[in-house]
Ligand binder design. Structure first.
Ligand SMILES: [Zn+2]
Length: 228
């Protein structure tokens, strides 16, 4: 299962993913799905699954260190080094890196904080801040702002990881041409001590989470065909 975080990896149990209703909170996937399908169940963060798929088979292939961002209703991220997921104590939550702190007026985030990347540049943030769905957002200055927030996220990511490539996927990235110039400009103008990474749009389409999950479970070489 590719699941939204946060979740308990050891027990394959969802904790309190803010994007899902409370009916999902605490759901034991291993027991529930294992009973239903009669097979072992493993769970991994959906952005991690997507990151692994893009790093192995998509826009990040060939790069030693890949950072991947899903920019969809929410924002998640994953890191892959030498073809393997980087997993630390719990989950990465790069969608909740703070770019506009509360004391400077950053908008509320549903995680409880203020000014998180997810509260500024996700699909839900676009609806809340600009009053329309991302596919209906026409205002160039709004897209430029979204590009700047995502560019700052790249800068922070490079500062910590010195990654070779940052890959962006997810629904909001369908409007890539509307914000990528401002994103790249922000990176250029904000990185001084490190060379900029490659910045790429994801290649694998909406099934990338599934490919990543399958890869984790089966430890396979690239799947024979990828549907774009
Ligand atoms: Zn947040």
């Amino acid at each position: 299962m590719a699941t939204p975080g946060p979740f308990d990896r050891e027990r394959a149990t969802l904790l309190n993913p803010p994007g899902l209703s409370e009916a999902w909170h605490g759901l034991d996937l291993r027991a529930t799905l294992g009973r239903h399908f009669g097979c072992p169940v493993f769970a991994e963060n959906d952005a991690n699954c997507a990151a692994l798929a893009e790093a192995r088979f998509g826009a990040g292939r060939g790069f030693p260190t890949v950072a991947y961002y899903t920019v969809s209703t929410g924002i998640g991220a994953g890191v892959v080094r030498d073809g393997e997921l980087v997993i630390a104590r719990h989950d990465t939550e790069a969608g909740h890196q703070v770019l506009w702190p509360a004391h400077l007026g950053g908008p509320e985030c549903h995680c409880g904080g203020h000014g998180c990347l997810e509260a500024l540049a996700s699909g839900n943030a676009i609806r809340k801040r600009f009053g329309v769905a991302p596919e209906e957002l026409d205002d160039p200055s709004a897209w430029a702002e979204i590009g700047r927030w995502l560019g700052l996220a790249v800068v922070n990511t490079v500062a910590l990881l010195d990654c070779d490539v940052v890959v962006f996927g997810g629904g909001v990235v369908k409007a890539w041409e509307r914000f990528d110039r401002e994103l790249r400009r922000t990176v250029r103008e904000s990185l001084f001590l490190q060379p900029p990474p490659e910045i790429r749009r994801a290649e694998l389409g909406d099934d990338r989470n599934v490919w990543g999950a399958m890869t984790l479970v089966r430890g396979l070489a690239p799947p024979p065909t990828l549907v774009q």
